[in-house]
Design a protein around this ligand. Sequence first.
Ligand code: PLP
Length: 448
Amino acid sequence: MRELLRKIPQVSKLIEEYGKVHGDSPLLRMAIKNAVDKVRREILEGKRSHLEDLGLVIEEELKRLKRTNLRRVINATGVVINTNLGRSVLSEETANFIKEIATHYSNLEFDLEEGKRGSRVRLVEELLVDLVGCESAHVVNNNAGAVFLVLNTHAKDREVIVSRGELVEIGGSFRIPDIMRASGAILVEVGTTNKTRLQDYKNAISPNTALIMKVHKSNFYMEGFIEEVKAEELLSLGLPVYYDAGSGLLMDLRKLGINYEEPSFEELIKKGLHLVSGSGDKLLGGPQAGLILGKREFVEPLKKNPLSRVLRVDKLTLSALEHTLRLYREERYEEIPTLRMLSTAEEELKKKAKKVAKHLKNVKWLSVSIVRELSVCGGGSLPELKLPTYCVAIKHQRISPQELYKWLLKQEPPVVGRLRDDLLLLDMRTVLEEDIKPLISVLKGLEF
Ligand SMILES: *Cc1c(COP(=O)(O)O)cnc(C)c1O
């Protein structure tokens, strides 16, 4: 061991040697230092008995240092709104608009007609009001922020009635009881896990009740002996009703050929709810944001709460949101990748699978087939929806499906598939058109 440690060349010698190839740079020096540290550690841990690949370790480290941490990946999971993989993909046209705003000055908070300061939310408020038919709209950082802001503004130190069946956890530490406590509102739980009736809400009303809140169950559904009160029925109690709609739909899903009972923002507002909120990057297919829509007397106080400044959206979000909302207004739904992927016809997915499979026919060690499967929407949206899809199923004769899954994550670009039994599935629903070529070339690399 000591012998081997002594054999590690001096860092200065390595910098001289590799500097000739790569050019001396701070990054190269860092790579060499890291590589030497790594090799030394491996020797001490008894995991290394030679230094033959030191050059390779340095090259790998240099590559890693040059690579950004946030990277594009190929989503072959079939989960359209995949929170781990960045939720909604934006269209090229939307991205171009973000670029224009990002690389120039803009009228973000400047009213060009009046020549004086204007609010940033006004940039999207009119579009939202038009699309949804509400009196007023507000936008914050995300829907969790929207829930927090609504509760803090309208129910601080006051009671909010929620059904026990709706005290959900959305994932990543968003739990309704916790967010409510943090906002200063007092949670009053009514009903049971599976059944809550109008009378339960009625019995819980006190002089200190500020709001009745309904929460979209999002990532689960109940079957069997169940009963819940619809948001519009809660209006009969004579108190303000706030609905956290979770995803937030700006259109009728049936227009896309998707048969699913999910009321749009517009329908919810028409029913007369005082406040409705939802995410910008779930079913809406835009950037991360929290949209709050409703009656003027309930939305305007939100804007005056100092927390609105804490939760405000930046110009990149606003440019993405405005552009996406314009696509809705022009009814160009096919330009919104989330909606397009949810509504892609089975036949088209089959064609895509065949195209990928065809290129893999002669790859050694690989057996490839096409299987019909089901993909899901994800992101806590449309939990009961199962979309028929086609997957390229691969098996490698030299490595296990789990190893194959991990190998794919290490490629450029990384590919995220899904495991089922002894197969690695690549679901074509979420593989973008421009991902097909890189996907094929990654898979061809399996010939080892
Ligand atoms: C997703 C979701 C949230 C959180 O929304 P973010 O935009 O991710 O902050 C809150 N409530 C419900 C019901 C949700 O489904």
